[in-house]
Design a protein around this ligand. Structure first.
Ligand code: PMP
Length: 288
């Protein structure tokens, strides 16, 4: 079965999908994207992702290439045609293609590309053992709240992580506080059992998984604080974890050369991961 992509109104073989050389996504990274997880055929946190997409587009004064309603239909059709039960849908919208000029061109049609692929969402070597992260300076721009395709600093960071044998790189601001991972939000659990994650601002991407986890934490009666934390505080934490559409809540058991807590996934992240998965799949949680 050939893999299919959706490009500007047509379902095309994945390896034939193409956009113009003067597309502003290619020329200026003038585009936004979303990644939505599919688990058991369901689009996880679809509303949240489409709400953030609307916000990213509005911040950049970019038009929708189609109505949100049509977009939902295409996502489902792409999942169906690619037979994805567990995996992701990737969607990218750019301002469109126009003669190269920095300022926004008038009257261009936005470009839309969507792909879908299968993915193992629960690799036991990560969920059961936890992952390691390194810390790196945050060298990005100041509109990290926009989910833009300008991801070069994150690509550089992930490469550093890979070279170090780590799963993710936590970016650290000039005052020593962790902003977020290269493709995830950062969390710790203090010795007193309080969940801590940085508040939403222009300095981080407000993860949809982050928002859902905060809501679930509230429902479970867990105490949490939205405040910045330093690398040193993370070293001393009882637990650490990351969150994103594809990782849900993923335990972090090592930060640089320091073991977190007892070196095994903590109780809180394990509970949160299970609760988020129940929410994602629509399977009710059993009373603990
Ligand atoms: N921060 C950054 C920089 C990211 O790239 C991502 C994932 N795209 C996240 C946080 C997590 O966001 P979400 O939970 O919406 O996947």
């Amino acid at each position: 079965m050939p893999r299919l992509a959706y490009v500007n109104g047509a379902y095309v073989p994945h390896d034939k999908g193409a956009v113009h050389i003067e597309d502003r996504g290619f020329q200026f990274a003038d585009g936004v994207y979303e990644v939505i997880t599919v688990e058991q055929g369901r689009l996880v946190d679809e509303e949240g992702h489409l709400t953030r997409l609307a916000r990213s587009l509005a911040e950049l004064e970019m038009d929708w290439p189609m109505t949100a309603r049509s977009l939902r239909i295409v996502m489902r059709e792409l999942i169906r045609r690619n037979r994805v039960r567990d995996g992701i849908v990737y969607l990218q919208i750019t301002r469109g293609s126009a003669p190269r000029d920095f300022a926004y061109p008038a009257g261009v049609t936005p470009t839309i590309v969507m792909t879908a692929r299968r993915m193992n969402l629960h690799p036991p070597e990560r969920t059961e053992r936890g992952v390691s992260v390194i810390t790196i300076p945050d060298i990005r721009w100041k509109r990290r709240d926009i989910k833009s395709v300008a991801l070069l600093p994150q690509a550089m960071g992930k490469q550093k992580a890979r070279t170090a044998g780590a799963f993710e790189a936590w970016q650290v601001d000039d005052d020593g506080f962790i902003t977020e991972g290269c493709s995830s939000n950062a969390w710790i659990v203090t010795k007193d059992g309080v969940l801590v994650t940085r508040p939403a601002s222009n300095l981080i991407l407000n993860g949809i998984t982050r928002q859902s986890l905060l809501r679930i934490a509230g429902e479970l009666g867990l105490s949490y604080e939205e405040r910045p934390f330093t690398t040193e505080e993370a070293y001393e934490a009882k637990e650490a974890f990351i969150s994103s559409a594809t990782t849900y809540a993923m335990p972090v058991t090592q930060i640089n050369d320091r073991v977190v807590g007892n070196g095994r996934p903590g109780d809180l992240v394990t509970r949160l991961r299970a609760a988020y998965r129940s929410y994602a799949t629509g399977v009710p949680r059993h009373a603990a």
